[in-house]
Write a protein that binds this ligand. Structure first.
Ligand SMILES: Nc1ncnc2c1ncn2[C@@H]1O[C@H](COP(=O)(O)OP(=O)(O)O)[C@@H](O)[C@H]1O
Ligand SMILES: [Mg+2]
Length: 361
């Protein structure tokens, strides 16, 4: 199926899976939920249904984490997904909203400039001036719409939002109502409403959550993948999906290149080689799974358009350099040292060493 939009929402992309799950799902559903908590977890983790339908895994990792996340959303507490960049916080939040509400689009992107209107409501000023305050002049935020419709709202990068704006969530989450004093009314949340926020724990100190707000959330920390195999699985699955949706005429039939990129990322992240024998310095960037995915997708595009369609070391070298070297001096030295002390000595990595050297100049 070629899609007519560049990036369909999760509920569009996986409409078949969601329908198949709903059809077999005979467990109790919380009010307004499209699926039972069990089926939501199944949608995220994947598996085969009794009727043979394959559900693709969206999240690769501990089942318990997803169970806690889903169970939280069935209570009166909101969910905070916390983790370093690239640990699938945004990804999991989109799929949870898609599975629970059939709608992942009620989204507020948190930034330093996020104002209260983005969380509560604003006004259509032309109408406001012409007609005075009325329901029609009110511009609902995605959160307000989620309350009205009994759906899941998503708030990205909560800790980037200024503290006083964050606090506008407190009443909304504890009382489940949003007063609209201008109209002398309020919007009371329907059953099914809840909120998933994501935050980056590297942003610490940017805008800490106030303790009053923190109490309204259950926190689930999404970790980096435990093992190299798990990370290779995540990366290869996503690269294959992205390659297909971008219609790149290239294939990652062979996992070898993915394995090497993941190894490099894990070693630099951990500060030692996988065999534990050699200490290496860690560069300043995160080198997340998400970055490994983009390095490989970029490599795939190079291989498709400027190579012979097979992903090779020199297709990924530039991407790796870009991911590793965030600070042009210190990180470059770290990369060169890694090349010379680790990559050079490694059996079967000659092509990778040469490509790395070439690109590092
Ligand atoms: N454990 C994981 N399982 C599945 N996909 C993952 C995992 N970790 C990272 N990813 C992938 O990484 C990509 C980026 O994740 P994202 O949600 O943007 O990260 P975050 O919001 O935590 O910074 C997604 O495409 C996702 O598929
Ligand atoms: Mg994110």
């Amino acid at each position: 199926m070629t899609s007519t939009v560049l990036r369909p929402h999760a509920e569009q992309d996986h409409a078949d899976e969601l329908a198949a799950l709903a059809a077999v799902d005979d467990r109790p559903r919380p009010p307004s939920w499209r699926l039972s908590p069990w089926a939501v977890v199944q949608y995220l983790l994947g598996g085969t249904l009794p009727d043979g339908t394959e559900i693709t895994p969206k999240y690769v990792g501990q089942r318990r984490l997803i169970e806690v996340a889903v169970a939280t959303l069935a209570t009166d507490r909101a969910l905070l997904l916390l983790g370093v960049p690239g640990t699938a916080k945004t990804w999991v939040s989109e799929h949870l909203a898609a599975a629970i509400s059939g709608d992942s689009t009620l989204l507020v992107q948190g930034t330093a400039g996020t104002a209260e209107e983005a969380i509560r409501y604003g006004w259509n000023y032309a109408r406001l001036i012409a007609e005075g305050p009325s329901e029609k002049a009110l511009v609902e935020s995605p959160v307000l719409r989620a309350m009205r419709d009994g759906r899941i709202a998503r708030l990205e990068e909560l800790t980037r939002i200024p503290a006083d704006v964050q606090d506008s969530l407190i009443t909304l989450l504890s009382e489940k109502t949003l007063p609209v004093p201008e109209l002398n009314t309020e919007v009371q949340a329907r059953p099914g409403f809840n909120l998933i926020a994501t935050a980056n724990n590297r942003d610490k100190g940017v805008n800490e959550l106030s303790s009053a707000l923190r109490r309204r959330f259950n926190t689930v920390v999404l970790p980096l993948p435990d093992t190299a195999e798990a990370e290779v699985e995540i990366v290869s699955r996503r690269v294959a999906q992205l390659g297909a949706s971008l219609e790149l005429p290239a294939d990652v039939a062979d996992l070898a290149e993915i394995r090497r990129v993941v190894t490099v990322f894990r070693e630099l992240r951990a500060g030692r080689t996988e065999d534990g024998r050699t200490a290496v310095k860690s560069p300043s960037g995160t080198l997340s799974t998400a970055e490994a995915i983009s390095v490989l997708t970029g490599g795939l595009a190079l291989a498709a358009h400027f190579g012979d369609g097979v992903l090779r070391a020199h297709d990924v070298a530039a991407g790796i350099l870009g991911a590793v070297v965030k600070d042009p001096v210190a990180d470059r030295a770290i990369w060169v040292e890694y090349l010379e002390t680790v990559v050079r000595e490694r059996e079967g990595w000659d092509d990778f060493y040469r490509a790395g050297q070439e690109i590092a100049g």
